[in-house]
Write a protein that binds this ligand. Sequence first.
Ligand SMILES: Cc1cc2nc3c(=O)[nH]c(=O)nc-3n(C[C@H](O)[C@H](O)[C@H](O)COP(=O)(O)OP(=O)(O)OC[C@H]3O[C@@H](n4cnc5c(N)ncnc54)[C@H](O)[C@@H]3O)c2cc1C
Length: 384
Amino acid sequence: MGKIGFSNMVYKVDITIVGAGIVGLSIAAQVASKGREVCVLEKNRTFGLETSSRNSEVIHAGIYYPEGSMKARMCVEGKDMLYELCQREAIPHKRCGKLIVASEYEEIERLEMLHKNGERNGVTDLRMLSRQEIKEFEPHVEAIAAIFSPSTGIVDTHALMKYYVNKAKENGGMIAYNSRVIDIEKVSYGYKVMIEEPTGNFSFITKVLINCAGLNCDKMAELAGIDIGKAGYKLHFCKGEYFSVGHGKNTLVKRLIYPVPPNKGGGLGIHIALDLEGRMRLGPNARYVDKIDYTVDSEQRKAFYESVVRFLPFIEYDDIEPEMAGIRPKIEEPDGGLKDFVIKHEYDRGLPGFINLIGIESPGLTACPSIAKDVANMVDEIVA
Ligand SMILES: Cc1cc2nc3c(=O)[nH]c(=O)nc-3n(C[C@H](O)[C@H](O)[C@H](O)COP(=O)(O)OP(=O)(O)OC[C@H]3O[C@@H](n4cnc5c(N)ncnc54)[C@H](O)[C@@H]3O)c2cc1C
């Protein structure tokens, strides 16, 4: 930030966003479009190096999330907004569709429940498929029933983030890299934010402070004085590893193929993720971990292979290799019940102008345009 001339003065900004991941950037683009002074602080050397570049890049339809939850509403709304944006701005994406497949009879009831849940969430284009229809759709997949979701797709997340960066800058927003927030103090105008940069520390004052710090969002809330234990904001890291699929097997399916999700465990089940270059990956699994470490445990190969071979019989043990991992910022504990996103203006905690986004795990990528819209409305109320 020193680079852009803030050093040696008490600088005041209207709106500061902590974190240049997909969520912080989509909010920056939206808020800057209203002609307000916006500054994004990012501790890394560039945008999107954490969870936003370590995921499946799926535009989710909105099938899984509890009716009435923010996850459900923002996924369904975000999906439509994202397709519209990608089309208008030529951001690479593909409405490839997805199958959720049942391999055993006991899973069919859960598949039907998911179908109904999706419909209650406003996903109106789902269809149940028979074994024969599955074979017509995907000849290499083995399953006895499936849900077909035509509106599920994939997006080039980097291109989407780049679009938001450019949009925010075009509208006068600033993005300060190598700027790590290390302290937050409530002051009469708003918040005094202390940042650590390679050239030293310095502070400035912001009226509105938006916490989009991903895997650090609980630490940011704590710096602002919130008891994160009491508030239910404490994060639990849930790692998701991926294995690449080689030996030319990537051409054997056209759609994303998911199993019926496990009842517990924090993920949607190890599935086929495809990217826009046609590469195929398996993942992510879901393992609670104590620290942020993106190495993939090659010992997981057997578990990956065994969990997919029942519905993807063409995959052989030697086809898969450890590839990459991401970490979910979960507010639910291992074996705890599902928790919703927290997107909250904290005025009732005595922190007017402080907006928290906590636990923005999947479907955070899909939901980002909808999240940005809601947060921009909160900002409008604060600075009105
Ligand atoms: C394995 C996995 C698969 C997923 N798959 C999908 C999917 O297919 N579809 C979907 O919709 N969603 C998916 N998600 C969820 C999606 O990736 C996230 O919801 C989204 O990327 C969150 O973005 P973010 O901007 O909140 O976080 P991040 O991308 O983590 O960005 C937060 C930023 O804050 C910065 N930061 C942190 N602390 C500080 C500080 N003190 N000072 C300054 N900067 C700071 C970080 O450096 C980082 O750049 C998946 C997630 C995982 C882990």
